[in-house]
Design a protein. Structure first.
Lengths: 111, 115
């Protein structure tokens, strides 16, 4: 059973657009929701993370929106650039000892 | 280097052989995680080490998989009698305390191919 469901599987936007990636979860015990960025041949790198007591968090051009009642969270990338082209994973954790990852979204930003 | 180091970066072996994958975490990190990433899939949790506590092995897919962490630092993931379905990228991550507040730092993985 997939603990974290991620969509879309792939996304293509023009430079300057705002891609949005969505994730949904079922387990209300999850207390930490990170997003990772992965380039080909590299390991995932933490982008931004949020806890359920906050509805939005922004770091640079990356924003997480969190809807606790709907058990959904999303990543928005403002003013997207070709260098943002990568695979993005959402994840959820309870207590930090086990992380459940979404299946990933392949983002392509066209110049 | 200061990051998580994994070796080998690529491994090709025949079905039925045993393989060992190595992970050197960031110095001082007490928590260490192993994941498996299959093509087009997310990361599948395998095992978690936290300090001197008993590891959480709940993600290991079969008894052919085992892992050790010696001296609270280097970890080795062993796959015995490899099968073709074991082909994947195996990722290791470490974090300072294994607490939710601590980000995981990933290595670049070992790409395992079983012929």
């Amino acid at each position: 059973q997939q603990q974290v469901k991620q969509s879309p599987q792939s996304l293509i936007v023009q430079k300057g657009g705002i891609p949005i990636i969505n994730c949904a979860y079922e387990n209300t015990a999850f207390d930490y929701f990170p997003w990772y960025q992965q380039f080909p041949g590299k390991g995932p790198a933490l982008l931004i993370a949020i806890r359920p007591d906050v509805s939005e968090k922004k770091e640079g051009r990356f924003t997480i929106s969190f809807n606790k009642s709907a058990k959904q969270f999303s990543l928005h990338i403002m003013d997207s650039q070709p260098g943002d082209s990568a695979t993005y994973f959402c994840a959820a954790s309870k207590g930090g000892n086990q992380f459940y990852f979404g299946t990933g979204t392949s983002l392509t930003v066209i110049p | 280097g200061a990051g998580v180091s994994q070796s080998p970066s690529n491994k090709v072996t025949e079905k039925g052989k045993d393989v060992e994958l190595r992970c050197d975490p960031i110095s001082g990190h007490t928590a260490l995680y192993w994941y498996r990433q299959s093509l087009g899939q997310g990361l599948e949790f395998l095992i978690y080490f936290q300090g001197n506590s008993a590891p959480d092995k709940s993600g290991l897919p079969s008894d052919r998989f085992s892992a050790e962490r010696t001296g609270g630092s280097v970890s080795t993931l062993t796959i015995q009698r490899t099968q073709q379905e074991d082909s994947a990228v195996y990722l290791c991550a470490s974090s300072l305390y294994g607490d939710s507040n601590q980000p995981q730092h990933f290595g670049d993985g070992t790409r395992l191919s079983i012929l």
